[in-house]
Design a protein around this ligand. Structure first.
Ligand code: 4NP
Length: 144
């Protein structure tokens, strides 16, 4: 799960998908295309909305996406079109590029819709991001 800062959207996506899959079979992780927040906990607003929905994401720490992630993971879900461009630019070949998908294409196939960045808004933005990611992760989990 990849966003820009790895403190708002992708930590939620990581927590939500982890809760929906068999963790002995699948490794779910998240990262940011930028490293400014590396080492930080998720944004308190993401922690709150997760908690309201029964998820504890407080153990997560932000990190920067690395080219090693292409080798380590089979699927790379990005939150928006800007993340898509940044991650695809780092791919070594077409097979790595093919691992990268916009997460909302899971529920709106081919529409290339962004998960809006809630960082500069209020709690309602985090609630709607949670709902979108929950639906997308239901689809991912059933496909896996
Ligand atoms: P995220 O949100 O990409 O969903 O983690 C952001 C977090 C921090 C910043 C931007 C977006 N920032 O500019 O610091």
């Amino acid at each position: 799960m990849v966003c820009l800062g790895n403190i708002c959207r992708s930590p939620l996506a990581e927590g939500i998908l982890k809760a929906k899959v068999d963790n002995s079979k699948y490794t779910v992780d998240s990262a940011g295309t930028g490293g400014w927040h590396a080492g930080e906990s998720p944004d308190p607003r993401s922690i709150d909305v997760a908690q309201k929905n029964g998820l504890d994401i407080t153990d997560q720490r932000a990190r920067k996406f690395s080219t090693y992630d292409f080798e380590r993971y089979d699927h790379i879900f990005v939150m928006d079109n800007s993340n898509y461009r940044d991650v695809v630019r780092l791919a070594n070949d077409d097979s790595e590029k093919a691992k990268v998908q916009l997460i909302l294409n899971e529920i709106f196939p081919g529409e290339n819709v962004d998960v809006p960045d809630p960082y500069y808004g209020g709690a309602s933005g985090f609630n709607s991001v949670y709902e979108m990611l929950d639906q997308a992760c239901d689809s991912i989990a059933s496909r896996l």
